[in-house]
Design a protein around this ligand. Structure first.
Ligand code: CMC
Length: 384
């Protein structure tokens, strides 16, 4: 087969359906609504595990023994704090930037300070990975504080990963349910096949760049509204709709105008996203607990309208539809929702980038050329 015919037969817009890597990390079964990490069903992990264990599982391939767990968690705690210049930079950049842009700057800045980071050595890149898993919650929490003009809260080594993130973000320790909800949300976001930001991390590492650069690419990619940025907009939409009675008209008009409804639809899931199912239960719980059921009832009505109108096209709520409501109920402002997504996804990014690096092949797809077929004559600028 000639090179041209390979190009011809394998063309797929957005690489949809193209298999470009092999992985043992996990898979998404979009037709049956299943998400699996290293052979474990996400529902089982969400119920029985915690984020530290899940991040270890993704990185190493097996659930840790008690000793392995203790050692891993001790390593995370040792690396979780930031240095003074890093807190200072967060204060400075947060004055003008969206939290996702500040996060991107911070990962890049911390990477720039690590002179040994360019070693394409797996062990070195794994150390960086653990360092990033440890630091991401601290960075995002500090961005949250800086955005609100509040003092930074230093990490508390006695708290779990997600409780510590909550504490550093809000200045108070979470209650048991808040801690569990946040931990579950982070587990549910930890990995999700070869999504755009994970692919960006793999693409970057495939050039034998370093893990800081890979994660900087991933953060930049997650920022977009078709990917991680949808949660912020989903909550804005639910609030705009305001009451269940408005849902039919507002959503109907948007569909009529061919507008995308944020928090719905997925490139892989053509049924209900299993992560959304779990988060919906929490959103309901939070709404009832806070005695503010209106927002949840509005969301439920939007879901009903969407499924009635577009369910036959395989469009259902995705992970972003209900996550924002949960974060909001905990006191997080919408602009910090996507950085929270990044705190969960960091372990998937680094695990998949490391796995790819261990059997690396530079990513280099092609584009089908549909421009001028004849060579054009160059005309000097003053003759055009
Ligand atoms: N609202 C309204 N219509 C939709 C939506 C939506 N959210 N999603 C898809 N459609 C329609 C779309 O207009 C198109 O209709 P038609 O066939 O008449 O042209 C059809 O469904 C196929 O859409 P598509 O955009 O080609 O499908 P895709 O596989 O590229 O969609 C998606 C995936 C996530 C980009 C899209 O569903 C979307 O833009 N959703 C809103 C953004 C969102 O919630 N993103 C978060 C995704 S989950 C988090 C993550 O894992 O990254």
């Amino acid at each position: 087969m000639s090179d041209e015919s390979i190009q011809e037969t394998q063309f797929s817009r957005g690489l949809e359906g193209i298999i470009a890597a092999e992985t043992k990390i996990g898979y998404v079964d979009g037709l049956n609504g299943k998400l699996v990490y290293r052979g474990y069903d996400i529902n089982v992990l969400a119920e029985q595990s915690n984020y530290e264990e899940v991040s270890y599982l993704l990185l190493k391939g097996h659930l840790p023994s008690k000793d392995e767990y203790d050692q891993y968690v001790a390593g995370l705690k040792k690396s979780m704090d930031l240095e003074k210049d890093e807190y200072d930079l967060i204060s400075q950049v947060s004055k003008t930037s969206h939290p996702m842009s500040t996060l991107r700057t911070m990962v890049s800045y911390i990477g720039g300070k690590d002179s040994g980071s360019v070693e394409p050595d797996l062990e070195k890149q794994e150390d960086i990975s653990v360092n990033l898993i440890a630091k991401l919650p601290t960075i995002v929490a500090a961005i949250n504080r800086a955005t609100q003009g509040r003092e930074f809260v230093k990490p508390d080594p006695d708290l779990s990963y997600s409780s510590n993130f909550f504490y550093m973000s809000t200045g108070r320790k979470p209650d048991t349910v808040e801690a569990r909800m946040l931990d579950t949300a982070l587990m549910l976001h930890a990995d999700h096949g070869m999504n755009a930001s994970t692919f960006a991390a793999m693409l970057t590492i495939s050039t034998l760049s370093d893990m800081y650069s890979a994660v900087t690419s991933a953060v930049s990619t997650l920022k977009g509204p078709l990917h991680g940025g949808a949660n912020e907009r989903a909550l804005a939409l639910i609030r705009k709709v305001g009451t269940p009675e408005n849902a039919d008209k507002v959503i109907g008009d948007m569909i009529e105008k061919k507008e995308k409804i944020m928090g719905f639809g997925h490139r892989v899931y053509k049924v209900y996203d299993p992560r959304a199912k779990i988060l919906k239960e929490y959103a309901k719980y939070v709404a009832e607990k806070n005695n503010k059921p209106e927002l949840f009832h509005t969301a439920e009505k939007i879901e009903e309208v969407m499924i009635n109108k577009l369910g036959s096209k395989g469009i259902f709520p995705n992970v972003d539809f209900y996550s924002g409501m949960i974060y909001y109920s905990m006191g997080f402002e919408p602009e910090i929702f996507t950085p929270i997504f990044a705190v969960g996804r960091i372990s998937g990014w680094v695990s998949r980038a490391l796995e790819y690096l261990s059997d690396n092949r530079l990513f280099r797809p092609k584009a089908r050329y549909i421009g001028e077929s004849e060579l054009r004559k160059y005309t000097p600028i003053n003759e055009r």
